[in-house]
Design a protein around this ligand. Structure first.
Ligand code: BG6
Length: 488
């Protein structure tokens, strides 16, 4: 049997993509609240107001113009505001997770529910109580929470006042938030993740438009502050409770060379370092890797650091390594005939793979490749905390939803996880992404569905929000019941 006893099967969501209730019970706006909906071909927009009062919307990758303040405006639809209203449905949703047999549920805390602007001296009690109730509900069913401290939703006020992660002054506010939740949920939570897909800042830089040296300077500085934030969180967690274990969270996209031209092989290795390994190396090893200096030199980056930073990083290494896995990508120095396309998917098209409707490559073997590589590198327990297929689903007249494509996708990935375990990888958990349909982070769509549980909600915000079970619900239940031995 590949999967060890106690393997943490489950599912994953993020506050901003499922909770809704964006302005209820004292919650302040977050950066995800000023994003409109897009699609696979059109970007999400960020809405803003200029100092002279004029308003506008710009592609998210471009950002608001200089001098603008991001703001929620009349006349735009913001899908994260209501999302699937987990805030008011959490009891029913958790009951469904329990019915599937979840051992673990990955979720995140919305920082602006706890500190509405990020700058208050005291936390918002209603926000703290909401998560306490969620944890108590999970406890009722013996489901372990795995809690992400930051999942794409810095309080908007901190973004606007300080410039967000760009500014080192964010750290004391972060520390206050983290200390508050670590103290509040002692005894209810054991496992934490610091920053979701921390490497996105660097891996998507230059994907939409060529990046300047100044962009690189900003990106590496932003990451330096997040590394410190993550290290602070690890240290605080260990001081506050012996039970606490803290992990990093990396967007795990392996880079393959498109051809066996050594120049392609070298390029893929360098892309892998920059886009993926850079962050995990700092968080798992507690120092910048040797190749970091080369990456900075390439763009004339001068990291602004304080003398104590090296020690902070060394003392804040994570206890375990986690990552999301959806696809692989190809790099080449040659002219590219076909690109992968799609949202958040770039590079040359791999002729050996098939692609989803959103342009993401199906590559279950790539999951094993990645697992074996990072386990060899860090030798820390690993969890796959996101994986799944975003697809169109059809609700039949009788209400049933047949999603064999999702089952096939997951079966193939779970098989590869089993093989990695057989190879000696200490894989301890798996939480599939969007175990209940939610708002897509990349496109803001609802129709890009990942769930075992369908939510009656469309891209225009219409629907009853009723939950129903897809075929994959019953399949995943059986996978968990058999501890991964029955994947039929
Ligand atoms: C990861 C994020 O990028 O992938 C999630 O951590 C996100 O927040 C998931 O939802 C899938 O991406 P998308 O764009 O399909 O929602």
């Amino acid at each position: 049997m590949s999967f060890p006893e106690g393997f943490l099967w489950g599912g994953a969501t993020a506050a901003n993509q499922c909770e809704g209730a964006w302005d209820i019970d004292g919650r302040g706006p977050a950066e995800s609240d000023v994003l409109t909906a897009g699609s696979v071909t059109s970007p999400r927009l960020v809405t803003y107001r200029m100092p002279d009062g004029t308003t506008g919307a710009a592609p998210r990758w471009k950002g608001a113009p200089d001098g603008a303040h991001r703001e929620v405006l009349e006349g735009y639809r913001y899908p994260n505001h209501e999302a699937i209203d987990f805030y008011h449905h959490y009891k029913d949703d958790i009951a469904l997770f329990a019915e599937m047999g979840f051992k673990q549920y990955r979720m995140s805390i919305s920082w602006s529910r706890i500190f509405p602007t990020g700058m208050e001296e005291t936390p918002n009690r209603a926000g703290l109580d909401f998560y306490r109730n969620v944890f108590l509900e999970l406890e009722k069913y013996g489901i372990e929470p795995l809690v992400t401290m930051w999942h794409f939703d810095t309080p908007l006020h901190l973004e606007e006042e300080l410039g967000g992660w760009q500014n080192r002054e964010i750290l004391p506010y972060w520390d206050r938030y983290v200390r508050t939740i670590l103290e509040e949920y002692r005894g209810l939570v054991r496992n934490w993740l610091t920053i979701n897909e921390i490497n996105n800042t660097i891996q998507f830089l230059g994907a939409h438009k060529p990046a300047t040296d100044e962009d690189y300077q900003r990106a590496y500085q932003h990451l330096h502050h997040q590394f410190l934030a993550s290290a602070h969180a690890v240290k605080m967690a260990h001081e506050i409770s012996d039970d606490y274990r803290v992990g990093c969270m990396i967007c795990g996209v392996p880079h393959y060379p498109l051809t066996c031209d050594p120049a392609d092989v070298m390029l893929a290795q360098r892309q892998m370092e920059r886009c993926v390994l850079y962050c995990g190396d700092v968080q798992a090893k507690g120092k910048y890797p040797v190749y970091a200096q080369r990456l900075w030199n390439e763009h004339g980056v001068h990291l602004q650091t304080e003398p104590e930073d090296a020690r902070t990083l060394a003392e804040g290494t994570v206890d375990f390594y986690t990552f999301s896995y959806y696809m692989t990508t190809c790099d080449t120095t040659h002219e590219v005939k076909e690109t992968a396309g799609g949202n958040m998917s770039f590079g040359a098209k791999n002729p050996y793979l098939e692609y989803s409707d959103w342009g993401w490559a199906f590559d279950s073997l790539g999951l094993r490749y990645y697992l074996e590589m990072v386990y060899d590198r860090y030798e820390k327990p690993i969890m796959v905390v996101e994986n799944g297929l975003g697809a169109f689903d059809t609700v039949e007249e009788d209400g049933s939803i047949h999603d064999p494509y999702r089952i096939d996708y997951m079966r193939a990935h779970i098989e590869e996880m089993g093989k990695a375990i057989d190879e000696g990888v200490n894989l301890i958990g798996y939480t599939s992404w969007g175990c209940i349909d939610l708002i897509s982070a990349g496109t803001g769509e609802m129709r890009k569905r990942y769930g075992f549980i369908h939510v009656d909600l469309d891209d225009e915000g219409n629907g009853t929000l009723a939950r129903s079970k897809k075929d994959s619900f019953h399949w995943y239940k059986q996978v968990i019941e058999s501890n991964g031995t029955d994947l039929t």
